[in-house]
Design a protein around this ligand. Structure first.
Ligand SMILES: [Zn+2]
Ligand SMILES: [Zn+2]
Length: 243
């Protein structure tokens, strides 16, 4: 059921005060946080890892090369297998775009699903698997809908692919050095095609997101509507707050 995952590079960054509780991309080389007025460059090989500058991309290549080549060969293998299974060949590319566009929503759903506010240690045991349906559509943001969500053991990913396990471990260590609880693993899957999204998670006492029972509905709603403007929902003394 589980095809080899490709490692992605999405984070909820703990170190920047204004970035707290939000999903932010960090430069995989120097750790700089992407700001609204800066544009990170995407590694053209794996199309997942991000850098703040050409210099960082260059200096990181020696250590990035192995996972990059692994990810790009996984992408081409998934393309082949998707076409073999009768999927639109765009499904692989579409899934990566989907993951990138819904980064904040998917991170939030993982936080809720694994109940990280109450049980931070779940982060090392569990992973959230989000199964998607594909539907051809001219609107690239509406090509997927949520088929189902499952909590699976994290070993589902880490036992399957040593390189991705290493990449997750590296992110986990970086995250915990800066006070976070570790790397939440979210698996996005559509038929034969799947992708792993590691999210570095801040300490729960810095996150005001509460445990939400309705996270599945919220997830399905934003995905079905093709809405990428999700802001984490929390419950406060003022009631339910969106954003
Ligand atoms: Zn950098
Ligand atoms: Zn790469």
């Amino acid at each position: 059921m589980y095809a080899q995952p490709a490692a992605a590079n999405y984070h909820s960054t703990p170190s920047h005060p204004s970035a707290k509780q939000r999903g932010y991309r960090v430069c995989d080389s120097c750790g700089t946080i992407e700001q609204p007025n800066t544009r990170f460059r995407l590694c053209g090989g794996c199309m997942t890892t991000q850098y703040c500058s050409q210099e960082c991309q260059k200096s990181h290549w020696a250590s990035h090369k192995q996972i990059c080549q692994h990810t790009s060969s996984t992408i081409s293998a998934q393309k082949q297998s998707a076409m073999g299974a009768g999927f639109d060949e765009d499904v692989v590319k579409g899934l990566r775009k989907f993951t990138s566009a819904h980064q904040t929503l998917l991170s939030w759903a993982g936080f809720q699903a694994m109940q990280l506010k109450r049980m931070p240690s779940n982060i090392r045991q569990q992973a959230l698997l989000i199964e998607l349906n594909y539907r051809p559509s001219s609107d690239s943001l509406r090509r997927f809908s949520v088929k189902g969500t499952h909590i699976v053991p994290r070993t589902y990913v880490t036992d399957n692919d040593a390189l991705v396990a290493d990449d997750i471990r590296r992110r986990e260590e970086r995250c915990r050095r800066t006070g976070g609880i570790g790397t939440a693993v979210i698996i996005i899957q559509c038929g034969e095609v799947s992708q792993v999204m590691p999210v570095e998670v801040d300490s729960p006492n810095k996150i005001s997101w509460d445990a939400r029972d309705d996270w599945r509905d919220v997830l399905a709603h934003f995905v079905d509507a093709g809405r990428t403007d999700f802001k984490p929902i929390s419950t406060t003394a003022r009631g339910v707050v969106y954003g």
